[in-house]
Write a protein that binds this ligand. Structure first.
Ligand SMILES: Nc1ncnc2c1ncn2[C@@H]1O[C@H](COP(=O)(O)OP(=O)(O)OP(=O)(O)O)[C@@H](O)[C@H]1O
Ligand SMILES: [Mg+2]
Length: 324
C-alpha cells in the first residue's frame, strides 16, 4: 500500500503537488489522470524518489520512504521499477544487454542473468529478438523490452508514465493485456499515469484525478465514468446534448443490469412513451456499463410514475436538465 499524506512539491512559486492525500492499494492497477501540467509525472516520480518532496510523508507498506538509507534504501529502489513513453533503451546495446543491465549492476552471476533474461523475454514475447538492437524493433516490441528490464529485480511496484501513449490502439491493447497478466502473475502494484481514457477504462481498478497540483477526485473507475463525474468530464470533453423541453431522466446501467430490457419493459408496464435522447455503452475491463437519457412529457403524474418504477426496480437514476 502506498500512502501520500499532505504531500507538497513546489518549483519556485509553482505548486506542482498541493497537499496530496491519497492511498493506493497493493496489487491494484491504479490510474493517475489529469490535464497536461497537472502534476501526474511529478506525483509518480515521488514514489521512486526521482522527485523529492518539500513536505508531507509517503509511506510504502507503512515505511516512510524519506527515512530510508544505505541498505534499506537499496532494497527499496529494487522494489520500485519504472517504464516510460519512449522506452529509454540503450540504442547501441542488444536487447539481451538492455534487459540484463540491472542484473549486471546488481552483481548477479552470468548464468543467473542468462536464465532471468530468457525467462522475462519469453514472458513479454520477444525471445526471438534478444540479439537485435532496439532500432530493429517496433514501438510495441521496445516497450516489451522495457517491461522485461523493469521486472528483472522482482519489483513490487511498477510505475508507468504514459507507457502506451506512443503506441497505436492495437499495440496499446496488447501491452495493457501484458501488464494485466504480469500484475496477476507477480502480484505487483501498477501505477499508470496516462491521458488515454481507453487505457483507464481497460485496466485501472481505481483512478485519481489531478488538477493544478491538487487531487480533485479518487474513486473506482467504472463508478466515476458512469456517474458522469464532473472532473472526469472535463478530461473527456464529452457532453450530452439533451432536450430543454420535458423531463430528462438519466438511467445508469451498472454491471448487474447492463443487458436487461428495462426501458422497453417500463414503457409497457407504465404505458408511457419515452424518447431515448442520449446513450452510451462502454467497456470497462470485462464489463459493459452504460447510461441512457430518456425524455418524457412534462407532466407531474408521468414523472411520479417513472420515478416510482425506477425506485422499485432499484435502478440508479438522475433527473437532469429540463424541469426538475
Ligand atoms: N523540474 C522542473 N522544474 C520546474 N517546473 C517543473 C519541473 N518539473 C515539472 N514542472 C512543472 O510542474 C508542473 C507539473 O508537471 P508534471 O510534469 O508533473 O505534469 P504532468 O501532469 O505530468 O503533465 P504532462 O501530461 O504534460 O506530462 C508543470 O507546470 C511543470 O511545468
Ligand atoms: Mg507527465
Amino acid at each position: 500500500m502506498i500512502e501520500f499524506k499532505n504531500v507538497c512539491k513546489q518549483y519556485s512559486n509553482l505548486k506542482a503537488l498541493d497537499k496530496i492525500n491519497l492511498t493506493i492499494p497493493s496489487s491494484s492497477i491504479f490510474g493517475i489522470v489529469g490535464k497536461s501540467g497537472a502534476g501526474k509525472s511529478t506525483l509518480l516520480r515521488t514514489i521512486n524518489q526521482l522527485e523529492l518532496i518539500d513536505s508531507g510523508t509517503i509511506l510504502v507498506d507503512g515505511v516512510d520512504i524519506a527515512t530510508l538509507k544505505g541498505k534499506s534504501l537499496r532494497i527499496f529502489r529494487k522494489k520500485v521499477a519504472m517504464i516510460f513513453q519512449h522506452f529509454s533503451l540503450m540504442q547501441t546495446k542488444t536487447i539481451y544487454k538492455n534487459i540484463a543491465l540491472p542484473l549486471e549492476c546488481s552483481g548477479y552471476k552470468k548464468s543467473d542473468i542468462k536464465e532471468k533474461v530468457e525467462e522475462l523475454a519469453a514472458l513479454v514475447g520477444i525471445k526471438d529478438k534478444l540479439h537485435e538492437k532496439p532500432r530493429n524493433l517496433s514501438g510495441g516490441q521496445c516497450q516489451r523490452v522495457a517491461i522485461a528490464r523493469a521486472l528483472t529485480l522482482n519489483p513490487k511496484i511498477l510505475l508507468c508514465d504514459e507507457a502506451t501513449s506512443a503506441l497505436d490502439p492495437k499495440t496499446t491493447h496488447d501491452i495493457l493485456s501484458l501488464l494485466k497478466r504480469i500484475k496477476k502473475q507477480y502480484d505487483i502494484t501498477i501505477i499508470m499515469v496516462t491521458h488515454q481514457m481507453e487505457v483507464i477504462k481497460e485496466v485501472c481498478d481505481e483512478i485519481a484525478i489531478l488538477k493544478d497540483g491538487e487531487l480533485v477526485e479518487v474513486g473506482k473507475t467504472d463508478q466515476l465514468f458512469i456517474s458522469n463525474n464532473t472532473s472526469l468530464k472535463e478530461l473527456t470533453n464529452e457532453d450530452e446534448i439533451i432536450p430543454t423541453k420535458g423531463i430528462n431522466i438519466k438511467i445508469y446501467f451498472p454491471k448487474e443490469s447492463s443487458n436487461n430490457a428495462l426501458i422497453t419493459k417500463m414503457a409497457r408496464d407504465l404505458n408511457i412513451d419515452f424518447s431515448i435522447v442520449w446513450g452510451k455503452l462502454e467497456r470497462f475491463k470485462e464489463d459493459t456499463l452504460g447510461s441512457l437519457i430518456i425524455n418524457i412529457d412534462d407532466t407531474e403524474i408521468k414523472k411520479e410514475k417513472v420515478i416510482k418504477y425506477l425506485q422499485k426496480e432499484q435502478v440508479l437514476f438522475d433527473i437532469i436538465g429540463g424541469e426538475k
